[in-house]
Design a protein around this ligand. Sequence first.
Ligand SMILES: Nc1ncnc2c1ncn2[C@@H]1O[C@H](COP(=O)(O)OP(=O)(O)OP(=O)(O)O)[C@@H](O)[C@H]1O
Ligand SMILES: [Mg+2]
Length: 269
Amino acid sequence: MILPPAPILELFKLTKSYPSPKGPAVIVKDFNLNLAPGEFVTLIGHSGCGKSTVLSMVAGLTGVTEGAMILGGRETDQAGPDRGVVFQSPCLLPWMTAFENVMLGVNQVYFNARKSERRDLAEYYLSVVGLGNAMHKYPGELSQGMCQRVGIARAFALQPKMLLLDEPFGMLDSLTKMELQEVLLALWRRNKLTTLMVTHDVDEAIFLSDRVVMMTDGPAAEVGDILTIPFDRPRNRVAILADPCYAECRNHLLTFLNERSHLRPSQGK
Ligand SMILES: Nc1ncnc2c1ncn2[C@@H]1O[C@H](COP(=O)(O)OP(=O)(O)OP(=O)(O)O)[C@@H](O)[C@H]1O
Ligand SMILES: [Mg+2]
């Protein structure tokens, strides 16, 4: 019998609450999820349900109120270079070039490596995301899509164990978005990086993911349902759109969001 690989990330009853005048406001409650090594999982749910809160806890940028987070077999509640994070806006330092922005993190994480190796790493990932000719430009000279490419290169250049993305393509036009989805998938395949990504976009979730995790509405949001995406990889956008399974996946996700997201699986409703 072949046993499934041990999960690289285990979220056990992850709970987040903030103090409020009326007592603790529970945003996320008993959120349980395991990610297998190399898996691509997306998180969808209504605005304000707590997707970014879950991602920030996993990134170690927001404290966990209750529950546990086990990464690579070790319990953690801190941020670290083992997790690369990409946000909706890449937060680049405007007085540094794209290359210098990527080098900033590389220098911190690989301070023991030779300077030429660090430069090679930054140049390699900037080239892979399509910025080979623009890496010495400043963020002010780059388009939004190009800045997001820098953000992706920066995350990959740190060679983390996990990639965490919070609506990384949310502000981009649909053509740029499709292009960057392909860039992300190519890098993900090459590096076999376990990925957790928040998105609002049902089609993006289907195209990218191995599994789509649907969150219930807040407060006290939890995992409502999980859909396994059946398409082989590498995926061809046109081919999967024509597959009857595509409509089934889409329908499953939309029905959850429109009709079932208010139900609480933990209470049997
Ligand atoms: N620092 C904070 N203090 C109090 N409440 C907060 C804080 N940060 C977030 N919240 C609340 O937590 C809830 C979930 O926020 P979160 O940003 O995780 O939602 P989201 O699902 O990512 O939404 P969106 O899709 O709009 O990005 C919201 O009601 C928000 O007001
Ligand atoms: Mg959010």
